[in-house]
Design a protein around this ligand. Structure first.
Ligand code: NCD
Length: 329
């Protein structure tokens, strides 16, 4: 009798069967673990003297940013360059967008130049998904309005997993401006996929009307909301998305919702503090806590950002247009 054929190793495209990364919604726990495991390898590689490999040699990534960014844009640029790709940076300032060109016209123009990956940040929720339908290349959402910011949630998950050894079963409090935050939305979904318990802590004015539908515990009081949590994730007050006044004053906001050592004392003694940046010191977070390396993982979040974006580019590379591995026969 002929023995059954041994199981074939799965191709990368089977593990991560997506052309784009538009959000964390729709990812499975196995796909998230696949990305985080890859990112661990890149995190180690990023601490070596020579950080460059040639996985994306000859490929072009375009960073298309309609909103300001420091760490996300640089992080994608570094990630792509460390994989050997060429990178073009475009921002709304200094492009034809300022002359009135629409999002779709910009996308079509870029598409005609055959980029392999477009990384897009836009002020409108849904804009990146719309754009992805008009182009042939892979599209990564680098933040759309208050909707999603998938690579931020992935880098946060990686930071948590490295510091705490796991994600499942942890209690995470996400605090501050939830209503305007794509970071909160992506994190809530991803943490749920990974089996963590999530609470949000915010004044009623900074919570979405349907906060209870997010499947989280809702608190308005920091002391109660932080009780016994493993992770305290602080968010920036997104004044650029606020029309009118959402908080009485910055001083009063810090008094009730800013993270200081007294409020942090309600969390577990080894609770870790996170913030996606950019931080408003003295508004949502006490400056000493932000710099306290025994509590704050903020610098590690930035470091993991590059590793996670390399992992995402690596995972998407299996489906890039006309992909032929360098060593294919
Ligand atoms: C966040 C963003 O742009 O959504 N920043 C980031 O990407 N690190 C959070 C923020 O702007 O407050």
């Amino acid at each position: 009798m002929v023995p059954p054929a041994p199981p074939q190793p799965k191709a990368a495209a089977d593990f991560f069967p997506h052309r784009d990364l538009l959000g964390v919604a729709g990812l499975t726990e196995a796909q998230v673990n696949y990305l985080l495991d890859k990112a661990e390898i890149y995190a180690a590689q990023n601490r070596r003297v020579v950080k460059r490999t040639n996985l994306l040699e000859g490929r072009t990534l375009v960073n298309l940013f309609f909103e300001a960014s420091t760490r996300t844009r640089t992080s994608f640029e570094l990630a792509a360059k460390r994989l050997g790709a060429d990178v073009i940076n475009m921002s709304a300032e200094g492009s034809s967008i300022k002359k009135g060109e629409t999002l779709i016209d910009t996308a079509m123009t870029l598409n005609a130049m055959h980029p392999d990956v477009l990384v897009v940040r836009h002020q409108d929720s849904g804009a990146v998904a719309l754009l992805s339908k008009k182009v042939d290349c892979a599209v990564i959402n680098a933040g759309d309005g208050s909707h999603e910011h998938p690579t931020q949630a992935l880098l946060d998950a990686l930071t948590i997993r490295r510091r705490k050894g796991k994600i499942a079963g942890l209690h995470v409090a996400i605090c501050g401006d939830i209503v305007h935050s794509r970071v909160a939305r992506s994190n809530i979904q991803l943490l749920h996929i990974m089996g963590a318990h999530v609470r949000v802590v915010a004044p009623p004015t900074l919570l979405p009307a349907a906060a209870a539908n997010l499947g989280v515990e809702v608190h308005h009081d920091m002391r109660r909301g932080l009780r016994d949590v493993d992770i305290v994730m602080m968010l920036r007050l997104q004044s650029e998305r606020m029309q009118g006044s959402f908080v009485p004053s910055v001083r009063e906001y810090f008094h009730f919702y800013g993270l200081d050592y007294e409020k942090l004392g309600y969390a577990k003694p080894d609770a870790m503090v996170m913030h996606p940046g950019p931080m408003n010191r003295g508004v949502e977070i006490d400056t000493e806590i932000a710099d306290d390396i025994s509590r704050s993982a903020i610098a590690e979040q930035v470091e993991m950002g590059v590793a996670v974006r390399m992992a995402v580019l690596d995972a998407l590379s299996a489906r890039l247009p006309n992909f032929a591995p360098m060593n294919a026969q």
